[in-house]
Design a protein around this ligand. Structure first.
Ligand SMILES: [Zn+2]
Ligand SMILES: [Zn+2]
Ligand SMILES: [Zn+2]
Ligand SMILES: [Zn+2]
Length: 396
């Protein structure tokens, strides 16, 4: 016991009394290596002034960008080993360098398939492959591409997908851990590139748009000016398709579109279209892979008229179908049921989606999550539509 006490006094007690070691004044101030301040690394002289610096105010920090990673000296880390001293590079930087090189090698494999050096970047939740020479943003939007039209536009789109992801996370009550992988978005200037990429990365032959859903989603889009005339239409197409991908990926990697969850698969994609763009322009037939601009944009009015006339499509009629089986009218009602869930029962939307993806009966999901029978749900939706939807066209 005494020995223990002695140990405590000597051992612990000594920790409380710091011993002072006097350093010579000059050694305490001046670093041994003036070049790197003893950090072991200096700024990369090859790319410090020229590399991609995207990630400033209000923008998403890209983790990787080919424009940065292509620097042979630093692999996009913007720092190199100090040439003036023997200090080793910090382990964190060694790792980032290796990661940058491995990432670039993976992107170069895509380049090899498409026979060209493409732009690619990666953020926390997306990879983007970009082959548009320029994109004409509406000056009213005040979008800046930093004087670098192609590369800047890629980062603008990467930022926009991250903004969609943030909304999706909130709406689904999900966290980063609920996703199996990042979504890869590819955008092409040439139809031929779309044909190659869609087959290679989404497993479908397509000259317009295609996507691979589930555990590691990919969207490939040809920016066809014949279909997607203005820049915002490309943005809208990306929002629509990426929403399909995120929903297929979240929680379990299961696409609800072919297990009778077509209503939530399409309804949610349209919900973001209407939230961000005011109306629906995008309508994908998964099977036929035909892109159509259909004049069906004023959905609030149309659903309201349906309800007032008593000829709406009931929830149970819309919910039993796969995405490919939905008629244009059912797309519209699918959107409205999602809209209602998101706006009236927002905290439960994620749980409802989880139930659909687990192939539960919708009646059971409604009872379990909202405490409503299908009949009560139908009536509650109807009153909400009457109170909420405007008979006039409010937005476009
Ligand atoms: Zn960049
Ligand atoms: Zn460099
Ligand atoms: Zn040094
Ligand atoms: Zn769709």
């Amino acid at each position: 016991m005494f020995a223990l006490l002695l140990w405590w006094v000597l051992g612990c007690g000594s920790a409380a009394l710091p011993c002072r070691v006097e350093l010579p004044a000059d050694r305490a101030i001046a670093p041994a290596c003036a070049r790197c301040n003893d950090a072991g690394v200096i700024e990369c002289p090859s790319c410090a002034k020229s590399t991609c610096t995207w990630g400033g105010e209000g923008r998403v920090q890209a983790l990787f960008c080919t424009k940065a990673a292509a620097c042979r000296e630093c692999a996009g880390t913007r720092r190199i080993d100090c040439p003036a001293c023997e200090r080793p590079m910090p382990a964190e930087l060694v790792q980032r360098r290796a990661d940058g090189e491995a990432w670039l090698a993976r992107m170069r494999e895509i380049d090899a398939k498409l026979e060209g050096e493409l732009l690619h970047a990666e953020s926390a939740h997306f990879t983007i492959t970009w082959n548009l020479r320029r994109l004409d943003f509406d000056p009213k939007e005040g979008v800046s591409t930093g004087g670098d039209p192609s590369h800047g536009a890629m980062h603008v789109y990467l930022d926009r997908m991250e903004a969609l992801y943030a909304d999706f996370l909130r709406d689904l009550s999900a966290t980063d851990r609920d996703f199996c992988a990042k979504t890869h978005l590819m955008v092409w200037q040439k139809e031929h590139d779309q044909e190659i990429a869609s087959l290679a990365y989404t497993g479908q032959a397509s000259s317009t748009e295609s996507k691979l859903m589930g555990r590691a989603p990919v969207v490939s889009i040809f920016y066809d000016k014949g279909n997607l005339h203005e820049e915002f239409e490309l943005h809208q197409a990306c929002v629509h398709q990426v929403t399909h991908c995120l929903l297929s990926n979240v929680f379990d990697g299961i696409w609800p579109g072919n297990i009778r969850g077509g209503w939530i698969d399409c309804g949610l994609a349209h919900a973001y279209e209407i939230r961000y763009f005011g109306s629906v322009r995008h309508y994908c037939y998964v099977e036929a892979d035909t892109l159509q601009n259909f004049k069906f944009g004023r959905w609030e009015q149309a659903v309201l008229s349906g309800v007032l006339a008593g000829d709406e499509r009931p929830f149970l009629g819309v919910t039993g179908r796969n995405t490919t089986e939905l008629t244009p009218e059912e797309h519209m009602y699918a959107w409205s049921y999602c809209d209602f869930l998101l706006r009236k029962h927002g905290a439960k939307f994620g749980a409802v989606a989880k139930g659909v993806k687990a192939k539960k009966q919708v009646g059971e999901i409604l009872q379990q999550e909202l405490g409503l029978t299908p009949g009560q749900f139908q009536e509650s939706w109807k009153s909400w539509v009457k109170e909420t939807y405007s008979p006039k066209k409010k937005r476009n």
